[in-house]
Design a protein around this ligand. Structure first.
Ligand SMILES: CC(C)(COP(=O)(O)OP(=O)(O)OC[C@H]1O[C@@H](n2cnc3c(N)ncnc32)[C@H](O)[C@@H]1OP(=O)(O)O)[C@@H](O)C(=O)NCCC(=O)NCCS
Length: 234
């Protein structure tokens, strides 16, 4: 059901079983599947951000694609070219940027940003306020606690000079069944392997091997052993 106060443009398609709440907008040839819920003031199919020198991918065409049973909560924004898998929930005020792909049965918390071209596998949970930088990859079943930040820009001078240098972006790669504690920061180019644990508040500057636990600033291997998650699996 499309509420009379919602806007669905002519190029977009909304399955008859979907619900589009008042003030929600579905635009730019987006496709909304069966049993999808789109909350108040949500925006599905927002055109790419264009900001002068920082313009990126103005060619991202095709709207957002929401698979069956997706829930987009109030005030969330899904850009063009983003794809959201079955039964995934995108929380209040969350942002999913151009070309990002999110798997099925994921939970994306309130005010999370999943930036452009991220690849998020199935059953990933990202809690409120986390920032997933453009191009990051996150493996299946990984848990990211609240207010975690993934960073990608390795060239600090480029930032100082207001230059955008796509070649210096090195988004982190996070494996499957990783747990990242609250407030952790993952720096550019870091690879976190399957089953690793990142302690709350850690600043991760180096790669983390499978099953390792790291903690602190900068993050160091936890003395005396394996991550709880690896112990449980052994
Ligand atoms: C990393 C973590 C899993 C370690 O748990 P643990 O193996 O039970 O560790 P312990 O509590 O036995 O602590 C071991 C040592 O590490 C220290 N430590 C624990 N967590 C730490 C952290 N986040 N940063 C720095 N040091 C930490 C402890 O002080 C202790 O040091 P000590 O031996 O000198 O006293 C856990 O502390 C953590 O950070 N969990 C994340 C919680 C979270 O964010 N949950 C999200 C959902 S709400």
């Amino acid at each position: 059901m499309i509420d009379a106060r919602a806007v669905v443009d002519a190029g977009s398609t909304v399955d008859h079983s979907a619900y589009v709440a008042p003030m929600a907008v579905v635009t730019c040839e987006s496709r909304v599947g069966r049993d999808v819920f789109i909350g108040w003031h949500a925006l599905v199919g927002k055109p790419p951000l264009l900001a002068g020198a920082f313009a990126r991918k103005p060619d991202v065409m095709g709207g957002a694609i929401l698979d069956r049973g997706v829930r987009i909560d109030a005030h969330a924004t899904i850009y063009t070219g983003a794809r959201i898998g079955r039964e995934t929930v995108v929380g209040v005020g969350a942002i999913v940027r151009e070309g990002a792909s999110i798997g099925r049965n994921c939970v994306i918390g309130q005010k999370v940003t999943v930036s452009h071209d991220c690849r998020i596998a199935d059953m990933v949970r990202i809690q409120d306020g986390s920032f997933i930088v453009g191009g990051a990859v996150i493996g299946e079943g990984t848990f990211i606690a609240a207010n975690v930040t993934l960073a990608a820009e390795a060239d600090i001078e480029a930032l100082r000079e207001y230059r955008h240098v796509p070649d210096t972006q090195r988004p982190p790669i996070i494996g499957a069944h990783v747990v990242i504690g609250v407030g952790a920061v993952i720096l550019p180019g870091v690879i976190i392997s399957d089953g690793a644990t990142i302690a709350a508040g850690a600043v991760v500057t180096h790669n983390v091997a499978p099953g390792e636990t790291v903690m602190g600033v900068p993050a160091r291997l936890r003395e005396g052993g394996m991550a709880p998650i690896a112990r449980a699996a052994a």
